[in-house]
Write a protein that binds this ligand. Structure first.
Ligand code: NAD
Length: 316
């Protein structure tokens, strides 16, 4: 059985990736430390289906300390998703977690991957590395948040370890949404602010900021192709974007249509670190991965709503 190792397996994207790989008959070894950045119970719930599968093994451990060299085997494919995400939490002392989890944790995986001769490490980078330049042909690696810097540093590490012979694929995810979306992310919050309860959505800026939104199943498909099917020896990074640009105001409007009620909103100024626009450039992704996102924003939001509706305890 072909082994897939997933770090951050209990998270939003990792748990979907695990389920899909199990469906395709891979053996999945998942690592997660269930940190308290958001509720660990939510993460256990994310893993419900994987845990019930005979080809799944969960290792509850920390990527900063686990002995990867004794875990990885020659020929393994590693999907490295564990990180401290979230732009706003990366300011101030929050950057220490970005350094230790995102940068150091990633370097440990690359080092052990090289030593044990794994097949490939496909890892989660982010649109945040582009800062305000992710909108046109002039895109550059120019982060405007400490989180973006941490992901750019991971890509720099990739060039170093690729040079030494490790097969690596950086995947620059653009705002991912869908069932199990992290509770700090805008759509999850907007749905909560629309459902009965007193939770209010903190709208930062005037809502005209736009994002390229990518449905989680599309992200999973691209990630699997990058890990298992991509035939490449050079180091190439791929934008994983859903092909849908919408403003936050557009999303608010759609969520209102789906839930039938207006989200409760408080207004705040735009914080530093959030670009006005993000837009993916997916030509090389389409060609190399033979992949194109196929989920419309309204369909994706609807499926996120259905999965949230029955589980949500309205929060104060
Ligand atoms: N969700 C998005 O829109 C998005 C966009 C761009 C990039 N990304 C990247 O994709 C990856 C997955 O994001 P997500 O939204 O699923 O986040 P998530 O927080 O839901 O998942 C991350 C998982 O990693 C685990 N983790 C954190 N620190 C760990 C450690 N030290 N050791 C072991 N496990 C640890 C967490 O417990 C969590 O389950 C991250 O690398 C993130 O930076 C996500």
């Amino acid at each position: 059985m072909t082994r897939a190792i997933i770090t951050g397996v209990a998270g939003f994207i990792g748990s979907h990736l695990s389920e899909e790989l199990l469906k395709r008959d891979y053996t999945v070894i998942g690592i997660d430390n269930f940190d308290h950045w958001y509720d660990p119970d939510t993460k256990y719930k994310n893993l419900e289906h994987s845990l019930a599968h005979h080809s799944f093994e969960l290792i509850k451990d920390d990527i900063r300390t686990i002995n990867f060299s004794s875990l990885f085997e020659e020929g393994d494919t590693v999907f490295h998703l564990a990180a401290r995400p979230g732009v706003q939490d990366s300011w101030g002392n929050g950057f220490l977690d970005n350094v230790e989890i995102n940068i150091y944790g990633t370097q440990r995986i690359f080092e052990a991957g090289l030593e044990t001769n794994v097949r490939r490490v496909a890892f989660a980078s982010s649109s945040s590395i582009y800062g305000s330049t992710a909108k046109d042909e002039g895109r550059q690696i120019q982060p405007i948040s400490p989180y973006g810097v941490s992901k750019a540093a991971c890509e720099q590490l990739a060039t170093v370890y690729h040079e030494r012979g490790l097969s690596l694929v950086p995947l620059r995810y653009f705002t991912v949404y869908g069932p199990r979306q992290r509770p700090d992310m805008a759509m999850n919050r907007l749905f909560r602010a629309s459902l009965p309860g007193s939770y209010r959505f903190p709208l930062r800026g005037d809502g005209t900021q736009s994002r390229e939104f990518t449905f989680v199943n599309d992200v999973v498909e691209a990630t699997i192709r990058a890990g298992f099917h991509l035939d490449i020896s050079s180091l190439e990074a791929f934008d994983i974007g859903g092909g849908i640009s919408a403003s936050l105001n557009d999303v608010i409007q759609m969520i209102q249509e789906i839930t039938g009620s207006q989200p409760r909103i408080d207004n705040f100024p735009l914080p530093p670190g959030d670009p006005q626009v993000t837009m993916a450039s997916t030509q090389n992704t389409k060609e190399a991965l033979e992949w194109q996102a196929s989920t419309s924003l309204i369909d994706g939001l609807h499926s996120q709503y259905l999965s949230l509706r029955d589980n949500l305890v309205p929060s104060a």
